[in-house]
Design a protein around this ligand. Structure first.
Ligand SMILES: [Zn+2]
Ligand SMILES: [Zn+2]
Length: 304
């Protein structure tokens, strides 16, 4: 999700940069501590689950029953629940699996995964916090307090880093979340359209404040549906809004996957423009996508 892009490190450093111009130095330390505290907590993870629960509660409580009365097919009505189960599996995999944490004991395994480009990743660099030799494309995550192999970003919504080993789960999580939102939005919109058609609303007329009669237009129809089903229309509006954000973010992540860049590298690349930085890791679209599903190095599989 776009909100996931706000990796703790990226967004907190960006926010701190922005506020450093308006807030005195003494207050900046306190603000930084509040941000770090927020990103360390599971607040965003809980918030995301509560939002999901609210959408499903509204769908189950009102939309499902109305759709049943209008004889919508049961399989289509059960689709959002099926997608919810699959989505939850990927959510757990994403938040609980090892993204590629680098420790003293496994650092040798990752050192030769990727060549150093000499611009963004310098040979022989060591992490000042965990003292491991930093493999190319790795980064220390301030929230997890570990260096991560092929670090993408720290996702506050799943409360875990996204790295070489769990990025496939992250993509599957995003895709099922988008499908779930699309199925709920589709069913809710279909129900509202059905109501409008069955009640012949579009053929009707309405009187304005001056008593003048007008044929019903789309604007009036939406207003009327909102007044009749306020919770349903509000839920549909919110889900469509989220759907647009999620789909745009998924397209961005897909572009990064196809070009073999991490969010971290994409974000940093502008800083290295003057040193004519170019991405040396791309091996063609299909190989780049295969690398996401089958990472070049895994803790159990040495690179051939
Ligand atoms: Zn580190
Ligand atoms: Zn992290």
């Amino acid at each position: 999700l776009l909100f996931s892009t706000s990796s703790s490190s990226l967004s907190s450093s960006f926010l701190m940069q922005a506020i450093s111009h308006i807030i005195p130095v003494q207050v900046q330390g306190a603000v930084q501590r509040v941000f770090n505290g927020l990103f360390h907590s599971r607040l965003f993870m809980a918030l995301h689950l509560v939002l999901e629960a609210l959408v499903f509660a509204e769908f189950t409580w009102e939309v499902f029953g109305y759709c049943k009365k209008l004889e919508f097919g049961t399989p289509s009505l059960l689709l959002p629940y099926l997608l919810l189960i699959v989505n939850m599996v990927f959510f757990i995999l994403c938040s609980r699996s090892d993204p590629g944490a680098i420790t003293k004991s496994n650092q040798a395994l990752f050192l030769h995964s990727y060549p150093y480009d000499g611009v963004m990743f310098e040979t022989g660099a060591e992490c000042i916090t965990c003292k491991v030799k930093k493999p190319a494309r790795s980064k220390h995550c301030g929230v997890c307090n570990r260096c991560m192999h092929r670090f993408d970003h720290h996702c506050i919504w799943v409360n875990n880093c996204i790295g070489a080993f769990n990025i496939k789960y992250f993509l599957a999580y995003l895709l099922t979340l988008i499908s779930m939102a699309a199925s709920i939005a589709g069913l809710t919109a279909a129900f509202l359209v059905q109501v409008a058609l069955l009640s012949n609303l579009m053929q009707g007329h309405y009187a304005d404040v001056h008593g003048e009669e007008h044929p019903v237009d789309v604007f009036f129809l939406i207003q009327h549906l909102f007044l009749t089903f306020p919770r349903i229309v509000f839920m549909l509006g919110s889900v469509v809004f989220l759907l647009i954000i999620l789909a745009s973010y998924f397209c961005f992540i897909l572009y990064l996957v196809m070009t073999n860049q991490t969010s971290n590298e994409w974000f940093k690349s502008s800083r290295f423009k003057h040193r004519s930085y170019s991405n040396i890791y791309s091996r063609g679209v299909w190989s780049n996508m295969a690398e996401i599903i089958r990472p070049l190095t895994s803790p159990t599989r040495k690179r051939k």
